[in-house]
Design a protein around this ligand. Structure first.
Ligand SMILES: [Zn+2]
Length: 111
C-alpha cells in the first residue's frame, strides 16, 4: 500500500521552499508565513523575516515537475496585500473592523 501524499502538497510543504531571506540570508520561521491566496497549483504567500523584518511576497507554483517559488520584496503588510487582492470589493468583515475601530476611537476621544 502506498500512502504518500505528494500529489497533494500541504501549504506547510510549500512554505519550506521559502527557507532563506533574500535580503539578510537569515532563516525564515515557517510560522511567520501567511497564505494570502490559495489557488491549488499557485499559492500566494506573504512572509516577514524575523531577522530583518523585511517582507516578501512569494508565489509558489506546483507543476508536474515539482514545486518552485518566486519571491519579491514588498513593503506591504499581510493585510495590505489582502486588500489589494480584493480591491474591487471591500469585504463586510473589513468594513465592520473599520467601523468598530472608528467607534472605539470615538469612545476614547469623548470622555
Ligand atoms: Zn531578513
Amino acid at each position: 500500500m502506498n500512502n504518500n501524499q505528494s500529489k497533494n502538497n500541504p501549504i506547510q510543504e510549500q512554505i519550506k521552499l521559502l527557507q532563506q531571506c533574500p535580503i539578510c540570508k537569515g532563516q525564515y520561521d515557517a510560522k511567520q508565513a501567511k497564505v494570502v491566496e490559495e489557488r491549488g497549483e499557485a499559492n500566494l504567500i506573504h512572509i516577514t523575516c524575523p531577522h530583518c523584518s523585511n517582507s516578501i511576497l512569494a508565489v509558489v507554483v506546483i507543476s508536474q515537475i515539482g514545486m518552485s517559488s518566486v519571491g519579491m520584496m514588498t513593503d506591504l503588510g499581510e493585510n495590505d496585500v489582502k486588500r489589494l487582492r480584493n480591491k474591487n470589493s471591500i469585504s463586510e468583515d473589513e468594513l465592520l473592523d473599520f467601523h468598530s475601530l472608528l467607534q472605539s476611537n470615538q469612545l476614547n476621544f469623548s470622555k
